[in-house]
Design a binder for this molecule. Sequence first.
Ligand code: AMP
Ligand code: ZN
Length: 113
Amino acid sequence: MCDCLFCKFVSGEIPVNKVYEDDKMIIIRDINPQAKNHFLGIPKAHFKLISEATPEQVAMIGECLKTISSLTEELSLQNGYRLVINQGDDAGQTVFHLHIHILSGQKMNWQPA
Ligand code: AMP
Ligand code: ZN
């Protein structure tokens, strides 16, 4: 048994509202939005870090990014968007199942700390 929250979303063990699903990923709304629209693209395959991804997993992530970019209406991407993958402490990663943050619906400022 995989003790991973996002694996449980993917398998259906924990029910979650899916905005989108295909054979590679699900997309859900983030429970703690950091922008007007904040979605999470969650690959169905479990791996923790982009730095540990195999070439096949990197290719799969690329396909997920392309799919995300095509979901204009579903994800409110009309006026632009930001895609983020957090890795490690400095980025504030809290869930160790790689996922893509999809932020949209507002102007986003980005100031260095
Ligand atoms: P990260 O900090 O990059 O690991 O992102 C994890 C994200 O998962 C955070 O933005 C959380 O708000 C989000 N999250 C945690 N639990 C849930 C949940 N039950 N449903 C939706 N999003 C969640
Ligand atoms: Zn997982």
